[in-house]
Design a protein. Structure first.
Length: 394
């Protein structure tokens, strides 16, 4: 049986047969070990101390070359940051969507510019946690906490890949998560459209996909991505139902949603105009292709530019790193309309949740809003303690 002597993130253990001490250490999820070449515990503890320094330095996000050489007898590979980014992006392009690739480019190219990277300097090992903090602090001045956290996520993927390949460390491992400021936290919540706003939005929406999407979301609660990627196999014309799976990969279940008469007629007209189609063909090929390549942001921005801005319900979408103007209403607000409206007419909670795919009452509550008219109607039904009942009045 091995007898371990553990100190922090590296440890010693004595081999029962040879009597020599062995050194063990862990980097990430991988454990390493080697013989110290000595049966003298004090000599072995000197190597343990060196290993402790190395592992600690590595966990802090930057591996010191002198320490690495003192432990292994080898030099840390000197890898220039800029060429490493170029290679990573070229290799990643074959495995991710264009939208995800654009997110990697944005995070990494911004960092390259921030450190004035050239083809030869700085090295990967020179990009410390402090360097990233300075870079992200500048971004935070014009972007939300969520945007900064997303940048950290994509940078982390890159640096972990480089660390696994070159032992250069992961400077994102010690970065704190960004949080909203009190001012941001006080921003108003999303809300449903008023009936007048929704009628205006539908009137101003371009014919074709956008008019269909607005009406479809109102009667089903479907998200924009789900509508954009809808295939003919998702429509059961015999039962007048949608049989559709969520576009989010973590959601496995399918749901059946009734197709209301007004929407059903539009689908029949659209089907007749489509001619010969396969079950896997998209109802809206152009929008489906856009979503598959870039995701929902492009379509969401189109809705803002083509519909909400003309309706006077949003400012033009800001780009080029400017802080995005918060809009109380977006395409997703239509789902708030549906949930609020269904509950207002007394639809049971289980019906509403089953239709829109909410797993809990807490999530459903986020989409439920009270309006002055709803409150007024309920107040009318409440007996007043200040007025005598006419039937009992003398």
């Amino acid at each position: 049986m091995l007898s371990p002597y553990i100190a922090g993130m590296a440890w010693l253990y004595e081999h029962p047969k040879s009597g020599r001490w062995y050194l063990g250490w862990r980097v990430g999820k991988k454990a390493f070990n080697r013989s110290t070449g000595t049966a003298d515990r004090k000599e072995a503890e000197k190597q343990l101390a060196t290993a402790e320094i190395m592992v600690t330095t590595n966990r802090e996000g930057k591996l010191n070359e002198a320490v690495y050489r003192s432990l292994t007898g080898q030099s840390v590979q000197r890898i220039a940051f800029k060429p490493a980014v170029k290679t990573f992006l070229n290799q990643t392009a074959a495995t991710v969507s264009k939208g995800t690739l654009a997110a990697y480019r944005s995070a990494l190219n911004g960092l390259l510019e921030s450190v004035n990277a050239t083809d030869t300097a700085p090295d990967l090992a020179d990009i410390s946690g402090d360097v990233l903090k300075d870079y992200l602090a500048k971004i935070r001045l014009g972007c939300s906490a969520g945007t900064c956290n997303t940048k950290v996520k994509y940078l982390g993927v890159f640096f972990r890949a480089m660390n696994e390949k070159h032992n250069t460390g992961d400077p994102t491992s010690k970065l704190d998560r960004y949080h909203e400021t009190p001012t941001e936290a006080d921003e108003p919540d999303r809300r449903p459209f008023t009936p007048e706003e929704l009628r205006l939005v539908y009137t101003l929406a371009p014919a074709g996909f956008w008019k269909f999407a607005i009406k479809c979301s109102f009667f089903t609660g479907f998200r924009l991505g789900r509508i954009a990627t809808m295939q003919w196999q998702h429509i059961n014309f015999e039962k007048a139902e949608f049989d559709i799976k969520d576009v989010k990969p973590q959601v496995k279940k399918k749901i059946a949603v009734p197709i209301m008469a007004e929407l059903f007629q539009e689908l029949k007209t659209l089907r007749a105009a489509a001619g010969k189609v396969k079950p896997t063909d998209y109802l809206w090929p152009e929008q489906a292709q856009s979503y598959r390549k870039i995701g929902s942001p492009k379509l969401s921005r189109e809705f803002i530019d083509l519909v909400l801005v003309p309706a006077g319900l949003a400012q033009p979408y800001k780009r080029d790193g400017e802080r995005r103007t918060f809009n109380e209403v977006t395409f997703h607000s239509i789902k708030h309309n549906l949930v609020t409206g269904m509950k207002a007419i007394g639809a049971p909670e289980m019906v509403v949740r089953g239709m829109v795919g909410h797993d809990s009452a807490a999530v459903s509550a986020v989409y439920t809003h009270s309006t002055p008219d709803m409150a007024r109607e309920h107040l009318k039904k409440m007996p007043s303690p200040f007025t005598k009942n006419k039937k009992t009045a003398k």
